[in-house]
Design a binder for this molecule. Sequence first.
Ligand code: PLP
Length: 747
Amino acid sequence: MEIYLDANATTPVLPQAREAALAAMAEDFGNPSSIHSTGLKARALMDGVRARARRVLGAGSGKLLFLSGATEGIQTAVLSALSALRERPQRPELLLYGATEHKAVPEAMRHWNALLGLNLQVQAIPVGRDGRHDLAWLREQAPRAGLVCTMAANNETGVISDLDGIAAALAGSPALWMVDGVQALGKLPLRLAERRIDYAPFSGHKLYAPKGIGLLYVREGAPFTPLLAGGGQEGALRSGTENMSGIAALGAVLAALEEGRAFRDHATLAGYRERLAAALQQAFPSLVFNAPPELCLPTTLNFAVPGVSSKLLLDLFDAAEMRVSGGSACSASKAQPSYVLEAMGLPAWQTASAVRLSFGPVADAAFIDEACARIRVCGESLRESCLDPNAPGHALPADGLTRFVVDGACCYLLADAASRRAVVIDPLPELTERLAQWLRCQGYALAAVLDTHSHGDHASSAPELLAAAQTPRGDVDGLGWPRGADAIELGALRLARLHIPGHTQDSTAYLLRDTLGLRLAFVGDTVMPGALGRSDFEQSAPQDYGSSLRRLEQVVGPHTLLLPGHDYDDRFASTLAVECAAQPLLADVLGGRLDDAGFAAAKAQREQSLALTEYQTIACGARVDDGCPLASSELCLAALSQLTREHPGLVLVDVREPYEQRLGQAPELEAEVCREAVALSGLPNALARWLALPAETPVVFFCRSGNRSSQAAQALRRLGHAQAWSLGGGLALWPRITTAADAAFAI
Ligand code: PLP
């Protein structure tokens, strides 16, 4: 069952609100502007909800408008205020908003400021380390301000603003004041009319009503300009036929709030939060909270774990069927730090790895119990994977190859559980701490740290890694190879080297053999998926490149997997046969149609105008294709079911990381299939095996969202297995017995 802990993003709809919405659609469906009985019934319903909202919000004689949500409420308030400022004989200078405000606020200010031609200065009110507004700063600026916007409680951290302090700082200021009440609704008594607040927007979907319904409070006498003109609904303040099912549902929520039975009081909610916080601290002992709990909504926790990214924690929680959110918005390639935490002056690691956990005020003790139990299981799983740097635990011995990628640069960790030895190939400075702590946690000896060449875009971090892993460097050459050794042994695995100058004079391939023979080769930048390494560096050997490629071919043949030093398009591995098909230049030099000098000249021509990569790093080779994905490899669930019936040998691969796989239940399918668990970071371990399957055997990858599985399917297709598929939408779209909404109210 799903544990939904992302209530600050949105909430499920309360059962009684659903019923009320349905009734408003099916029975009381009238238009409140109609004067016949059906219309009058609808109007009575709407008036009743407005009256209830007035009581709940302490709105006094102010106006309360129904509209689509808080974003519309914010626009309306800002438009109203700025239209009034335009008419003032003495124009103010500033429009002020809290630095941690929802983006809708500064964006609306800039938008209407420009559109109305006011051109006032839009400025953020700084916040302190505790997330609260700098009141001294505000007091100083307030006399020059025309509009001040300060949220009642922050959506990322839950920090509650000092509204009385703000009111005092605004004393004597001509500024209008908007308070975004979205996150406060149902959690804090707002008593709007008792304060000088001019505007306060609210959103139904943050408190168990559906999306598309919101409220705007406007103080009696505050300036108002309609955003929507038309049929004159809402006293001509907001035209458009009212969203009656939304209003009915919001009414049911407000009724539950007034009755108080479904909603827990502040002390109970604070107790729940304490229990969640304790479970988090037990699961991740080094965790830090990003805001002082005593200043926050009792329903929000924002934290970070040193050395553990928010993406990792999100995946981990999701695998345990717990929905939380990154304190920051994560894009596919790079996590964006949270501007809220940045404004609070938190260090970069905290702003980039924040996680938010939020629940709604109808949560009950059983829900919190279950959430705490799952949090503890998540911590255990992380420790078993040696991924919590500060909580070395009972690690399960790792075996095989793990690939890490930083801005397209690849680093490989080769581990052997039997001998408890590991080798790192092409270490990256960003990974030093993580690798060292992993080695410590696993108790593995670091047999060698090897570079495939002297890198053009970064210095080798081998010395730092060896130092961090407290391993003496020993008598090794410039690339980390033990002098005089023919091979490095890791149990039954054996690494040998092959000198292949070209990209650089010292370019070297490392050949990995096991008891069955050559398994794969680490070839650095000599052959990358869709590119050959550039050979125009000072340390390059362009005239040797062609013969190095031929030597490589003699040793590895056309089909051995080659693992590159850079992989900008998530192709993971290649072979000489695949690259010959993609790169005619390579085919020509290996096919004897081009001699070494001709090859060097043709390559030099291509390298004349090499631009920086998308990561603003030096391109290590001239790309020969644009990296466009192959034909879509996405399957829907129905297509997967059909494939399983047609192909009893179908291989279904979970590409989530081990810490997720340990938590997630295997999804059910009608037909028997061959199931495997191969994490995306360990994909090269299994590629050769899948390539050896009969051509018609489907290999279907799945993950949480369909992103990682799509990378795996595309990589396997490019290597030649056309029947490689990804489950579109991932486990998120796999049918569940219980829906999120049911789960939230069922326990
Ligand atoms: N203000 C705050 C504090 C919010 O958290 C949100 C929603 O995330 C909004 C405004 C926007 O609300 P709506 O989704 O109703 O437009």
